[in-house]
Design a protein around this ligand. Structure first.
Ligand code: CAA
Length: 388
């Protein structure tokens, strides 16, 4: 019996800042962003959006197709949790109308935890093949203004339905893992923006790739040349390009530079215009691959490198299934991206400063999102979500 991704859909905000606007304000050459880090735009969540509304918006198309009955568990992965105790997925459970007997839990390990959720979901489904597990990754990437990380902000959520005999991708059981106690990127409980040692983080990312690949190679018979495509964690697209060149070189890959680049290029397109979405980014990369490659991908092997600062990393693999095209949400993804509105710099600054009523005061939040779910108010420390 195979287990894996039966359906996948993502959501991002309807507003973005072009990095040319940021560069102009900073008096920086925009090519530093467009070419140097390979990013063009960053999605900015509106005041009435957060990880809960984005998660529910990402999952809604899946629920509309398959209903709620078979979903036994909702696993929500995030780095930008909204509560230190209550799982954000409980709000999502209500907004989506999931059954009361569906368990909900939140997972955290920086940008890695969606992969832990995916693997746990596969294990749960293998144990009870009649059930399906909903895995959602949802994040808003925020750095301090005027820091090198600012241009790598973004937001997004991705929802994956995990089932037996999956229609999109079977996930292989063999994985390579790597864990190390490092301080490359972190966010203490009292901070809303991440702290990061940027250059060091890129070095640790590459080190973790090598370690996970070595660990994967010890347990799997799949070699570098068996893969057609690779999905990487995408803090910014140049990071994945550098990582893939590094991996190809260390495997003495005989492809031309263009051939190596072609193994990841289709996975980068959405993230280049959305920005970092932490836990969701690698799986929005998978959506980008599935939606944008016109050749039939059935039977192709895809390698995944998932990285979460701090750090935990994993290399794993999957095989694309016959007939996967019928299960995609390509048109909805493309329409959502095409309909987005550009922000000017002052509008960006306004969205950067979201409502934060720490003393329990009441805040009514004007409607701005075009999504189906929104954060309508915060009263006495309670967040109130509604369907539009
Ligand atoms: N034209 C073309 N390229 C230019 C340019 C120009 N005018 N000006 C600069 N560049 C190039 C630089 O040469 C450099 O390229 P190389 O890396 O190939 O040398 C690139 O643009 C970036 O320039 P800098 O090195 O000067 O950039 P920076 O110091 O301002 O910041 C960064 C880079 C450290 C990655 C920063 O964006 C950052 O801190 N980001 C957040 C942390 C991050 O994303 N880390 C990734 C690994 S950790 C992780 O993956 C977890 C996660 O999600 C955060």
């Amino acid at each position: 019996m195979s287990v894996g991704i039966d359906e996948i859909s993502f959501y991002t905000s309807n507003f973005y800042l072009d990095l040319r606007t940021l560069a102009a304000k900073q008096q920086t050459d925009p090519e530093k962003y467009y070419t140097g880090i390979g990013q063009e735009k960053m999605a900015m969540a509106t005041h009435d959006e957060d990880i809960v509304t984005m998660a529910a918006n990402a999952a809604l198309p899946l629920i509309e197709r398959i209903g709620t009955n078979a979903i036994s568990t909702l696993l929500l992965a995030t780095e930008t949790g909204i509560d230190q105790s209550k799982a954000a997925g409980i709000y999502v459970h209500r907004l989506l109308g999931l059954n009361a007997n569906c368990r909900v839990v939140e997972l955290k390990q920086a940008c890695y935890s969606a992969t832990a959720a995916l693997q746990m979901a596969c294990a749960l489904v293998a144990r009870q093949p009649s059930t399906k597990v909903l895995v959602i990754a949802s994040d808003i990437a925020r750095y301090d203004l005027d820091t090198p990380g600012e241009a790598t902000q973004g937001c997004g959520a991705v929802a994956m339905l995990i089932s037996h005999n999956p229609r999109i991708m079977a996930i292989d059981a063999e994985v390579g893992n790597y864990t190390d106690d490092v301080m490359d990127f972190w966010r203490p409980n009292y901070r809303s923006t991440a702290l990061v040692d940027g250059k060091y983080s890129t070095k640790i990312y590459l080190k973790a790739l090598k370690k996970t690949w070595d660990s994967f190679s010890e347990v799997s018979r799949i070699g570098f040349n068996d893969f057609s495509y690779f999905c990487y964690h995408l803090p910014f697209s140049r990071m994945a390009q550098k990582a893939h060149q590094h991996l190809a070189k260390s495997n003495q890959c005989e492809l031309s530079a263009e051939g190596i680049e072609a193994q990841i290029q289709p996975t980068l397109r959405y993230n280049q215009i959305i920005g970092n979405s932490y836990t969701a980014s690698i799986y929005i990369g998978l959506c980008s691959l599935l939606d944008n490659v016109k050749e039939n991908l059935a039977g192709k092997k895809v390698g995944f490198f998932s990285y979460g600062s701090g750090c935990v990393a994993e290399f794993f693999s999957g095989s694309i299934q016959e007939g996967y095209q019928a299960c995609l949400h390509t048109q909805r993804h493309m329409d959502m991206l095409a309909e987005r509105q550009e922000l000017n710099y002052d509008q960006y600054l306004d969205l950067y400063r979201y409502p934060d009523p720490r003393q329990g005061e009441s805040v009514e939040i004007p409607k701005a999102t075009l999504g189906r779910f929104r954060l309508a108010a915060i009263h006495q420390h309670k967040r109130e979500y509604v369907a539009c």
